[in-house]
Design a protein around this ligand. Structure first.
Ligand code: ADP
Ligand code: SF4
Length: 599
C-alpha cells in the first residue's frame, strides 16, 4: 500500500511555486488530480490511487512537507487511525494489561500520543475512513474476539476508567487555579494523596498556588494527581522531564507499585532509558516516519526492547529503522584532559537570602564538556553566575571571569516570530555561517523548523531551537540546563554529539546540567557533583573524572548500575541484589568492569 502524507503545518503554498504540482510526471500527463491545491488554503492534496510513488514532489517541496511511502500490503489490515486526507497514519495498537506497566518507545511524532488518545477513549479510531464520523461499532466488529476488541469494547461502553498524565506539565501551571492541596484533594479518590505528597517530597509546597510552582514541582504534582485517581488504566506521558534522578526513581517506583500492588494497568511513554528500563515490564517499539506514519510493534520484555531500539534494527521482522547503532562504552572513555585551562576557581561561597552555596576549588579546561549532576535548587546556576562575574561570591574571589551563554531549564515559548526570525535577531550573521549551519543547524534539523512560529513548536522542537541558540552565541563557557527534556532518544544522542563537536571545534567549554545518565554518559568528559539541601544549603565539588564523579553522585542517590551484557548500557540494580551489594562494597556505582548476566 502507498501512503502519501502532507504535513499541513509545513506546506506553505503562499511561499512556494507549487513545485510539487509542476514537476509531478502524472500531472504532466494531464491527470491533474494526482497532486493539486486543496481546499485548505491551497495546501497540496495527493491522490494515493493516482500517485506512482516516483518521489519527485518530496524532493521538490522546499519545506519538506511531503512524505510518500510504500508499505507492505498486509499492513492495510492494521490501519487503526488516520488524521484526515494525507494525514498522519497509525498502524496497530497495544493493549493495556492489569498488573503490568507497558512502555511505548519511539521517536517524537510517531503516534505515541495518538495511541494514548485512542486507548483512553478520547479519539474513536477511524481505521482510515476519515470521511465519515467514526463509530465504535465499526472498530468493534472488525476486532471482535481479539484482546484489542475486548479492551476497546469496554472503553466504548464507558467500562474502563482511564486517567492521563499529560506530557507538558508547564501548561498545568497556567491552566489550573488554586493550591497544590486543593488540586490533590479533588483528585484523591484513592485516599493516597498524603502518602504521595510525602513520597514525592511535595510537603514544602502544598499551600503554594499551582501557577507559582517550578517545572519539577508541577511534574511531581501532575503525577501525584493522576496516581491519586481511581481508574483501571493509567497513562503516564513522560514522567521524568524536570526531575532529578532521585525523584525519577521515586516516581518510577510509585508507578510500578500501582501495577504490582494494586493490579492496575499502566502505559508509559518515557525517553530516559534508565528510567524506562526500571519502570516497564514490556515495551512496544513504535517506528515509522515522524509526522507521516507510525507502526506499533508487538510487546517485548523491556531489556530486549531497549536493546533492539539501540541497535536500530528488528532482525526477526527484517526491518531497519535507524542507520546507526547507539553505543555505550564500558569504561569511562575520555582521555586525560591535557588542554589549556579556561578558568580556575578557588573555594567559593554565596549567601542568597535563605540559600547558602559552598563549592570546592576546581578547574575547567578549554574544549571540555563538564556534566553537572545533582538535585534541582542546589545552586548550579548560582555557581555559573559567579564564574561569569554576574554574581559576586560572599567568600572567595575569582582572578578572572568568563563570557557565558545560557540555555535555561524552562525554555520560554511565547514568541510570535518564526524560528528563522528568532535566529536572525539573536545571532545576526552568525546564523548563516558555515560553522553554525553545518555543525549545529544541520544535525539539529533546524531547516524543518525555520518557517514555524516559535509559540507553536512542540516541546522537543523548542528544545532543539533553544540548544542551537545557546551554541550559536559567542561565549567561552556554555551553561546548558537540562537539554534532554522533551527530546526523544535519537534526538538526545544527536544533541550530545552536537554539543561535543561545537565545543571541540571552537575550543569552548560547556557545563551541562542533566539527569539522564545515558545522556551524561555519552556526552561528558568530567563531572561536577552538587548536593546538599535543595533550596537551603547547596554544596558543589569537582570537576572529577567520570568514574569518580559518578561514584560520588550515585552513592548520594543510593543506587548502583550494572552494564547490560550485550549493549554495555547502564541498568539500575535492584537494591540488595547480589550485584548491588558487590558493587557497593567495591565503591563502583556506575563504571563496573564486568558486564552482567543477571536479569
Ligand atoms: P508522538 O506522541 O509519538 O510524539 P503524536 O501521536 O503526538 O506522536 O503525533 C503523531 C503525528 O500525528 C504528528 O505528526 C502530529 O502532527 C499528527 N497529529 C496529532 N494530532 C493530530 C490531529 N488532531 N490532526 C492532525 N494531525 C495530528
Ligand atoms: Fe506526483 Fe506521486 Fe511523483 Fe509526487 S510522488 S510527483 S504526487 S507521482
Amino acid at each position: 500500500m502507498r501512503i502519501a502524507v502532507v504535513e499541513k503545518d509545513r506546506c506553505q503554498p503562499k511561499k512556494c511555486q507549487y513545485e510539487c504540482v509542476t514537476f509531478c510526471p502524472v500531472v504532466r500527463q494531464g491527470i491533474t488530480e494526482c497532486i493539486q491545491p486543496g481546499p485548505d488554503q491551497g495546501k497540496a492534496i495527493i491522490s494515493e490511487e493516482l500517485c506512482i510513488g516516483c518521489g519527485i514532489c518530496i524532493n521538490k517541496c522546499p519545506f519538506d512537507a511531503i512524505h510518500i511511502t510504500n508499505l507492505p500490503e498486509q499492513l492495510e489490515e492494521d490501519l487503526m487511525h488516520r488524521y484526515g486526507e494525507n494525514g498522519f497514519t497509525l498502524f496497530r495498537l497495544p493493549v493495556p494489561k492489569a498488573g503490568r506497566v507497558i512502555g511505548l518507545l519511539g521517536p517524537n511524532g510517531i503516534g505515541k500520543t495518538t495511541t494514548i488518545r485512542i486507548l483512553s477513549g478520547q479519539e474513536v479510531p477511524n481505521m482510515g475512513d476519515f470521511e465519515k464520523k467514526p463509530t465504535w461499532d465499526a472498530v468493534l466488529s472488525k476486532y471482535a474476539g481479539t484482546e484489542l476488541g475486548d479492551y476497546l469494547g469496554r472503553v466504548s461502553k464507558g467500562g474502563v476508567k482511564t486517567v492521563v498524565k499529560p506530557q507538558y506539565v508547564d501548561k498545568l501551571g497556567r491552566a489550573v487555579k488554586g493550591t497544590v492541596r486543593d488540586l490533590l484533594a479533588k483528585a484523591d479518590e484513592r485516599k493516597v494523596a498524603d502518602k504521595l505528597v510525602e513520597t514525592f517530597e511535595l510537603g514544602g509546597v502544598v499551600d503554594r498556588e499551582i501557577g507559582h510552582l517550578s517545572g519539577g514541582e508541577l511534574q511531581r504534582l501532575a503525577i501525584a494527581a493522576a496516581l491519586a485517581r481511581e481508574a483501571d488504566v493509567y497513562f503516564i506521558d513522560e514522567p521524568s522531564s524536570y526531575l532529578d534522578i532521585h525523584q525519577r526513581l521515586k516516581v518510577a517506583r510509585a508507578i510500578r507499585d500501582l501495577a504490582e500492588e494494586d493490579g492496575k494497568a499502566v502505559v508509559v511513554i518515557e525517553h530516559d532509558l534508565a528510567v524506562l528500563d526500571f519502570l516497564a515490564d514490556n515495551v512496544h517499539l513504535v517506528y515509522g516516519r515522524e509526522g507521516a506514519y507510525g507502526i506499533v510493534t508487538l510487546p517485548r520484555p523491556v531489556r530486549t526492547a531497549i536493546n533492539v531500539y539501540l541497535s536500530g534494527e528488528m532482525r526477526e521482522e527484517n526491518i531497519r529503522f535507524r542507520d546507526s547503532v547507539i553505543e555505550f562504552e564500558e569504561h569511562p572513555p575520555r582521555h586525560q584532559w591535557t588542554g589549556t585551562s579556561l578558568i580556575q576557581f578557588p573555594h567559593l561561597e554565596k549567601q542568597q537570602g535563605e540559600f547558602h552555596l559552598a563549592t570546592g576549588a576546581g578547574e575547567i579546561k578549554q574544549g571540555e564538556v563538564v556534566g553537572i549532576v545533582g538535585p534541582n535548587a542546589t545552586g548550579k546556576t548560582t555557581f555559573v553566575k559567579m564564574l561569569a562575574g554576574a554574581e559576586k561570591p560572599t567568600v572567595g574571589e575569582l582572578a578572572e571571569s568568563v563570557r557565558v551563554a545560557y540555555k535555561p531549564q524552562y525554555v520560554k515559548a511565547d514568541i510570535p516570530d518564526t524560528v528563522e526570525t528568532l535566529f536572525y535577531t539573536a545571532l545576526g550573521k552568525e546564523y548563516q555561517s558555515s560553522f553554525f549551519q553545518n555543525e549545529i543547524a544541520r544535525p539539529l534539523a533546524l531547516k524543518r523548523l525555520e518557517q514555524k512560529v516559535v509559540s507553536e513548536l512542540s516541546g522537543g522542537e523548542l528544545q532543539r531551537v533553544a540548544i542551537a541558540l545557546c551554541l550559536g552565541k559567542d561565549a567561552e563557557l556554555y551553561l546548558i540546563d537540562e537539554p534532554s527534556a522533551y527530546l526523544d532518544v535519537d534526538q538526545r544522542m544527536v544533541a550530545a554529539r552536537t554539543i561535543r563537536r561545537a565545543m571541540e571545534k571552537k575550543g569552548r567549554s560547556a557545563l551541562v546540567v542533566d539527569h539522564d545518565v545515558y545522556f551524561i554518559d555519552v556526552l561528558c568528559d568530567s563531572l561536577m557533583v552538587f548536593g546538599g539541601k535543595p533550596g537551603r544549603a547547596g554544596v558543589g565539588s569537582g570537576p572529577y573524572d567520570l568514574r569518580e564523579g559518578m561514584n560520588q553522585f550515585l552513592k548520594d542517590v543510593d543506587i548502583t548500575f550494572r552494564r547490560d551484557r550485550e549493549t554495555l548500557r547502564p541498568r539500575v540494580n535492584k537494591p540488595g541484589s547480589r550485584l548491588d551489594r558487590e558493587q557497593r562494597s567495591l565503591g563502583e556505582y556506575f563504571y563496573t568492569k564486568v558486564g552482567s548476566d543477571e536479569e
